[in-house]
Design a protein around this ligand. Sequence first.
Ligand code: PHE
Ligand code: CO
Length: 292
Amino acid sequence: MMVTPPAPDSALIPAVGATPAPAGSNADWTIPQDWESYSQEEHATWDRLVARQKEVLKDRAASAFHRGLESLRLSHAGIPNFERLSERLSALTGWRVVAVPGLVPDEIFFRHMAQRCFVAGRFIRRPDQLDYLQEPDVFHDVFGHVPLLSDPEFADYMQAYGMGGLKALGLGALKYLARLYWYTVEFGLIREDGALKIYGAGLLSSFGESQFALRDPSPNRIAFCLERVMRTNYRIDDYQKSYFVIESFEDLRRRTADCDFAPLYQRLADMATLEPQTVLPSDRLLPLSREQ
Ligand code: PHE
Ligand code: CO
């Protein structure tokens, strides 16, 4: 059994200025999931999405994702009940899942993460929106993000990211840190036994892009480099032009959590921003393996 460090006392987390929560939400922006009020149709939408995505991800997702799906019982029938899910997850890594009305302010998001609390949308997409949705719903947030929170290294990375977010807000450097989230937590690839696999939630929850990312010849697959990622813009309205590939979650955590970003943010301010499709001579490009 691994030993999970206790979540830091919230008093130790720097305050950056309070954002009042909307009416009907708690002060920390959470709301009750109100699991009993999901309709049969909503549960059925979840089941359809899970069945389809599990099939697509069989040989494509990182092994930690499959392990998390199993140990958290996330592919059992119906939209998960966040309280029961949190009991299982917290026993593994100390993380919990709580519901929020939609996107929350950055500060609120980071504060929760710094306390090992993942905020998830409670609503589910309509049956005619299975393939694409602009706002994160419970399928993206829970099926996409939560399985990896059962991995000890990734769990630590996410908490460190939350603390780093509060720090970046204070330094006016959020744009750089957001790119790191985008190219790891949302669209990251990992190399496992020489093969590229998916671990980013934006890929794990997308029927189309989970296949595109590992199969299409057009996007760049570039070995992860922190400074390189933080210089690179991203697209929110189309498949990515570049993916960044890590070697392991431990390696990712070491390169980020164990590194003071303040001097890096200063350097980045004087560097040109790179467009998503750019390839630099210094980039190490990773080929697709043939069977993919
Ligand atoms: N070490 C980073 C900093 O000094 C914080 C961080 C950790 C950011 C892990 C992202 C991921 O700001
Ligand atoms: Co997401």
